[in-house]
Design a protein around this ligand. Structure first.
Ligand SMILES: C[S@@+](CC[C@H](N)C(=O)[O-])C[C@H]1O[C@@H](n2cnc3c(N)ncnc32)[C@H](O)[C@@H]1O
Length: 220
């Protein structure tokens, strides 16, 4: 699947309301492990491919400034409407920036987001972003993410299962991929692995892993 087909795929998912990945409450792996990143209150946290995730509300509630990026305007409008706030909306290049309180979401394709638009961030939280993308786009996403933020502390949630059992998304992303994609710039630690109760979509056994990325110290 190329970038254009991926964008159409996700836009149609939101139009049809096929959002089974959305969770009503903050993800327990986030709430249990985000503290491991040791980021100070007020730090700017990037949440790529954020959907209308309640994880952003949880992060903002802990005093972080949240910057999301999401393709679907339906998702972003619903996110702010559920919060009961009216965001300021500004056109920035091909993207639109929705912001209210300590949450700002760029609406549009993440590949159109630039380091200047995003600004400096001190941390990344990726749940169901890396695993939302097919392998070729996933590699491009990792390169783009690193170009956007540089190596900053990250919490990543992945899913592993037998890819022949289901077509995806979500795609299976294993430890080898994570280490090959990020291992040059990060020390990588698996904080927790757990079985997905009832299997993925009730059809095949799957496990979820939470990874802590710490920037590799560079000696001068
Ligand atoms: C599986 S959902 C996960 C959403 C959110 N992280 C969560 O935990 O609920 C993946 C999201 O990525 C968005 N997406 C896919 N490709 C994108 C792209 N190229 N740029 C921005 N968002 C994208 C989709 O619209 C969808 O909302």
């Amino acid at each position: 699947m190329d970038a254009a087909s991926n964008a159409v795929f996700w836009q149609e998912k939101w139009e049809r309301g096929e959002t089974g990945f959305h969770e009503a409450h903050a993800n327990p792996l986030l709430t249990r492990h985000f503290g491991a990143l040791n980021l100070p209150v007020g730090a700017r946290i990037f949440v790529p491919l954020c959907g209308m995730s309640q994880d952003m509300v949880w992060l903002a509630g802990r005093g972080y400034r949240v910057i999301g990026c999401e393709l679907s305007e339906i998702a972003v409008e619903r996110f702010f409407s559920d919060l009961g706030v009216t965001p300021d909306v500004v056109q920035v290049g091909t993207l639109r920036r929705f912001s209210a309180s300590d949450i700002c979401i760029f609406t549009g394709n993440i590949f159109d987001l630039t380091p200047d638009l995003l600004g400096p961030v001190e941390g990344i939280y990726d749940r169901a972003a890396l695993i939302a993308l097919p392998e070729d786009l996933r590699r491009a996403y990792v390169a783009h993410l690193l170009a956007l933020t540089g190596p900053v502390p990250e919490l990543l949630v992945t899913l592993t299962y037998d890819q022949s059992c289901l077509k995806g998304p979500p795609f299976s992303v294993d430890e080898d991929f994570v280490r090959a994609a990020y291992g040059k710039v990060y020390e990588i630690r698996c904080l927790q692995m757990r079985d997905v109760a009832g299997g993925l979509k009730g059809r095949c056994p799957a496990s979820e892993s939470v990874w802590q990325f710490s920037p590799v110290e560079v000696d001068n």
